[in-house]
Ligand binder design. Structure first.
Ligand code: SF4
Length: 326
């Protein structure tokens, strides 16, 4: 495959076909830099060399009744993850300062739940109102499980900009990962988010035993939903979860091919390097900035990560710039 020609096609407004996306994932290591160069040409057209940072806050931890096999926050996971109910409005608002201090474009407020209760929704909405008053430049993303249209409208009215709800994997592989809800449930919430005019952040997790075709199918399902942001996670098997002990088949180069494939398939969309970045990409993390234009900084929901100063140095050393919120 001529990767430059494929990127030319995308840059001229053409669409990558599923078999071409699969070819990216199957490409040999010897072609990796050409694949990345193709992805980078597309990334540069839409996002220049900027990197937007996101800071996560776990506002309700370890309390989820769902059974996603990778997730340490499911109540079925046996581990020492902190378990607490929804934090107060005050502490969620205070947490936004950490995002501002790290030049984050978005503050991502995440709750471990099947769906938000009326009280939880009220807490998030009140926190959003106060955060917007204090930090008008800071965008707010919330991730609260399954949504109804009514709840989505309340979040939007409170000033929440974006809602995260990942598809996680392909429709075909989904039952091997989750049994307490369906792929269709996730798609429905994603559609509601788009319908009410919130930005849709929707991505997945690679390395759970899915096939390369499943990864391609996920990318095309995301493209069909017209997602605004794609967080790309890589399995970091957590103690006490069904996937702990599963050997992660992803090499660092596989992660780069996965990010590049997403960039080719959904060219204009924000692509974010998410959980598992440090443990799976290891020393070649900076290369992920060629397809991706966004990343989480300073850790994840239940695991630590590279700190902000190290991330900043990595971004700048690689020739990219942090997007400073206006
Ligand atoms: S729905 Fe979310 S919080 Fe709950 S188990 Fe699945 S991934 Fe974890």
């Amino acid at each position: 495959m001529d990767w430059k020609k494929l990127s030319d096609l995308v840059l001229e407004g053409g669409r990558v076909m599923p078999e071409q996306a699969l070819a990216i994932l199957e490409s040999p290591d010897a072609q990796l830099l050409e694949v990345l160069q193709g992805a980078y040409r597309i990334r540069r057209k839409y996002f220049g060399n900027s990197v937007s940072l996101h800071l996560l806050r776990n506002v309700k931890s370890g309390k989820c009744p769902e059974d996603c096999a990778f997730c340490s926050q499911s109540t079925s996971a046996i581990n020492d993850v902190k378990r607490y109910d929804m934090q107060t409005v005050e502490s969620i608002v205070e947490g936004a300062q950490a995002a501002v201090d790290r030049n984050a474009k978005r503050y991502c407020v995440v709750s471990s739940t099947r769906a938000p209760s009326p009280n939880e929704l009220e807490t998030i909405c009140e926190a959003a109102v106060q955060i917007k008053r204090k930090h008008p430049q800071l965008e707010i993303c919330s991730s609260l499980g399954l949504l109804t249209e009514e709840k989505a409208l309340k979040l939007k009215a409170a000033g929440v900009n974006r809602f995260n709800h990942n598809l996680e994997t392909s429709e075909n592989y989904f039952p091997a990962v989750v049994t307490t809800h369906d792929f269709e449930d996730r798609v429905n919430t994603a559609k509601i988010v788009k319908k009410v005019g919130l930005d849709l952040c929707c991505g997945g997790l690679f390395g759970m035993g899915e096939s390369l075709q499943d990864r391609v199918d996920l990318a095309f399902a995301l493209a069909e939903l017209d997602v605004d942001s794609v967080p790309v996670n890589f399995l970091d098997p957590r103690p006490g979860t069904p996937f702990h002990g599963k050997s992660n088949p992803l090499t660092p180069n596989d992660c780069l091919r996965a990010l590049a494939m997403i960039r080719f398939v959904i060219p204009r969309t924000e692509v974010r390097i998410a959980g598992g970045r440090e443990t799976t990409l290891r020393a070649i993390q900076p290369l992920a900035l060629y397809p991706a234009n966004s990343m989480f900084t300073a850790g994840y929901l239940t695991t630590g990560g590279q700190d902000y100063e190290t991330d900043k140095r990595m971004i700048e050393d690689a020739g990219f710039q942090i997007e400073i919120p206006a």
